[in-house]
Design a protein. Structure first.
Length: 429
């Protein structure tokens, strides 16, 4: 079953023959290889590229390696990487004319000195290069630096809700519940039963994600690393900072973990794309506030697996889904703060910091978004729009709710839209 990933296919298409190495990054098992070797390959064939001008090579495939005289079992047993001279000789045999050749290279980290090999191919005017990788380096945000400014990152997220709905057989309401519960990792989505989904999510965490982080960063305090991940899982969408987390460790775990260690572990999670940090931004002062901030999971199924599906909080889960959707659409997303001075009923002055869930920037455009699980009455609506009314600019302001309402604007130009329409349509922001 092919899952629609047109959003990322279009990114690859727009970068075609741009003179850079297209590096597909993302959390393990989010579909990088399938995007490159199936979806993009089929696109190239559909526009008339001859198949003999599309060179696909997977460096973890025994069959592909045999084509260049390498043996996968021997390489693994001896902990060696593929000989670049053998691979380059294979490419020389394939490139027989001056026509454009597309190199689709999977698990490129298994090629020794791959950075130098690929950079050398960039000097060829008839080669367009696309790569994926899944070792710790390719799961890190620093991979582009390996190509000395010649890399072009296409970051792949797990399935969005709209992508999920292309294979979900039920209605969109139950679909969103399932999506918020089990997430969008393609392998998980395609499992048939809840038991199969849960088992796979637990296996992915135990056998892949934690091992990658520990191996890459040579973590010795693995227990504390996992405890921190559990704490973040329990407080998704809540303001926090390393000092607050340290106090939680001290109170709950009786641990003397340091703030520096917590900061380092948070960096590991972010580099591996498990979580993202949304920093606080002073909308009036136009500057960032150092702490606290919020952390969101790139996949809610993974988050729920960490806490054994004990805390399914639909309001926080919806907020996480909206955050991920905005990031998938290319927005930089911050948590907004609006400092105000208001008079109380007794005439005294009170200073407040009103919150805007998301300040979303894309180039010169901006949109403010509140995630309101439900708006049962006018009092709740006034509460959700209070911060919007204190912002003195003309950028769009949107309330996203799970209530089944038709999109409508109030007298202040604030749009209210239900979560299903927001996630399935691209015309609201």
């Amino acid at each position: 079953m092919e899952i629609n990933r047109d959003h990322y296919l279009n990114q690859l298409i727009s970068r075609k023959q741009n003179g850079l190495i297209k590096v597909i990054t993302g959390i393990r098992r989010c579909g990088k290889s399938y995007l490159l070797n199936t979806i993009f390959y089929n696109y190239l064939v559909s526009i008339g590229v001859n198949e003999d001008h599309i060179i696909r090579f997977a460096f973890d495939s025994a069959e592909d390696l045999s084509l260049i005289g390498e043996d996968l079992i021997r390489l693994k047993s001896e902990n060696k990487k593929v000989d670049p001279s053998k691979f380059m000789a294979y490419i020389r045999e394939k490139v027989v004319d001056d026509g454009m050749y597309f190199l689709l290279l999977d698990e490129i980290q298994e090629l020794n000195a791959f950075e130098s090999v690929l950079n050398s191919y960039l000097r060829r005017s008839n080669m367009d290069i696309y790569v994926t990788g899944s070792n710790a380096k390719f799961l890190s945000s620093d991979i582009i630096t390996e190509f000395e400014g010649r890399g072009d990152d296409v970051h792949l997220y797990p399935l969005s809700y709209s992508e999920f709905m292309t294979v979900w057989e039920g209605d969109r309401y139950e679909g969103l519940t399932q999506y918020m519960l089990y997430g969008g990792i393609p392998l998980v989505v395609l499992r048939r039963t809840p038991q199969e989904k849960i088992a796979l999510l637990n296996t992915l965490f135990k056998e892949i994600y934690i091992k990658d982080i520990v191996s890459r960063n040579k973590v010795r305090k693995v227990g504390e690393l996992e405890d921190l991940l559990n704490i973040l899982s329990s407080s998704v969408g809540s303001l926090t900072n390393p000092e607050k987390i340290k106090n939680t460790f001290k109170t709950v775990k009786k641990s003397s973990i340091t703030t520096a260690t917590i900061l380092r572990f948070l960096g590991y999670f972010e580099d591996s794309f498990l979580i993202e940090e949304a920093k606080r931004y002073d909308i009036k002062g136009r500057g960032y506030i150092e702490t606290p901030s919020k952390f969101y999971f790139s996949d809610l199924g993974l988050r729920n697996a960490r806490i054994n599906f004990r805390q399914f909080e639909p309001n926080h889960s919806m907020e996480n889904v909206i955050y991920n959707e905005l990031r998938m659409r290319g927005y930089n997303v911050d948590v907004g703060v609006v400092p105000v001075v208001e008079k109380t009923k007794d005439g005294s002055v009170k200073r407040l910091s009103l919150e805007v869930d998301f300040v979303c920037n894309l180039g010169s455009s901006r949109v403010y978004i509140q995630s309101a699980y439900s708006l049962p009455n006018e009092e709740k609506r006034i509460q959700e729009t209070h911060s919007f009314k204190k912002i003195d600019d003309s950028f769009r302001k949107i309330i996203v709710t799970k209530d089944l309402v038709s999109p409508w604007y109030d007298e202040n130009g604030i749009l209210t839209v239900n979560i299903y329409d927001f996630l399935l349509g691209d015309d609201f922001i």
